[in-house]
Design a binder for this molecule. Structure first.
Ligand SMILES: Nc1nc2c(ncn2[C@@H]2O[C@H](COP(=O)(O)OP(=O)(O)OP(=O)(O)O)[C@@H](O)[C@H]2O)c(=O)[nH]1
Ligand SMILES: [Mg+2]
Length: 270
């Protein structure tokens, strides 16, 4: 899938404004490309709204967890399943291009896991979209869950561009990735309300400048909650789990009031 995205700019526009990029360089197919991409996004949003309605009907809160490959999503989820035991009934939708490796790792820990491989009928896409998520929901006992965490495909770009019906987006960033990543991949860092800064156990062994990273993050997302964590040592897990309980409580209250708005979307023009 080529690079495109949508941005919501409520201060200027009264409605969602789609930005599918400048396709004039494609002299033969520019117009067709724009309209195909707009159709794809519109269809995705329709399915995302259906997912959202189903989540509301089942009373389940959904978090879309994203990161670049290897930042530590699965490691974080393994600890999360055991840490939340007795507090929230958790389910996992595991997204990967191929293999059941992560789903197998997470299975048997006490949470139901549904695997969606994008190579199995979805063209091997580098992200989950709303239809892919929907395809995995039937394998989960949604009405017996409080919280569903979607482990998106490892990729620092495309996953942030697709609404899958989630209540909140969170990301894992590993300190081995370099301080400049928020500036180079602003859509992802901007889209998330929580940034888990992982692999802190390695801090003493790297020349990573945490303050520099945090300053870069603040330039693209001044309000993101930062949770410093090590999925290896367990440091920071309590704060992460408290946030999950908090988002669960927040959306449950909104649900009781009948409010299920489409959440804030990736909002940077490229
Ligand atoms: N030292 C250290 N290693 C970690 C930590 N978290 C994860 N790792 C290691 O980082 C590697 C990748 O972790 P995963 O949890 O598989 O990362 P992921 O984001 O799920 O990867 P993909 O699903 O492939 O995108 C593994 O070797 C983990 O053991 C951490 O906090 N500290
Ligand atoms: Mg993983």
């Amino acid at each position: 899938m080529g690079r495109f995205h949508r941005h919501t700019d409520g201060s200027v526009h009264e409605h969602d404004h789609r930005d599918v990029g400048d396709h004039t360089g494609y002299t033969q197919t520019g117009t067709e490309r724009v309209s195909v991409l707009e159709n794809i996004l519109a269809e995705n949003d329709r399915i995302a709204d259906r997912n959202r309605a189903d989540f509301a009907g089942a009373g389940v809160t959904t978090v879309n967890l994203m990161s670049s490959p290897g930042a530590g999503k699965t490691s974080l989820l393994k600890r999360t399943i055991t840490s939340l035991e007795g507090r929230l009934r958790l389910g996992i939708l595991e997204g990967d291009i191929a293999t059941s490796l992560d789903a197998d790792e997470l299975g048997g820990l006490g949470a139901p896991v549904s695997l969606v491989n994008t190579s199995a009928g979805f063209g091997g896409e580098c992200h989950l979209d709303a239809t892919m998520v929907r395809s995995g929901l039937g394998r989960l006992p949604l009405d017996q869950l409080d919280l569903l965490i979607i482990e998106n495909v490892g990729n620092l770009v495309c996953p942030a561009e697709f609404d899958v019906g989630q209540h909140a987006r969170a990301m894992v960033y590993a300190i081995t990735e370099g301080e400049e990543k928020p500036l180079k991949y602003p859509v992802m860092f901007h889209a998330c309300e929580v940034v888990v800064v992982n692999k802190l156990d390695l801090l003493a062994h790297l020349d990573f400048d945490l303050d520099h990273f945090l300053a870069n993050l603040r330039t693209v997302n001044p309000t993101a909650r930062v949770i410093q964590l090590s999925a290896r040592s367990g440091e920071g897990m309590a704060e992460w789990c408290d946030w999950l309980v908090e988002i669960r409580d927040r959306t449950a209250v909104a649900g009781a009031a009948g409010a299920h708005p489409r959440p804030h979307n990736a909002a940077l023009t490229g």
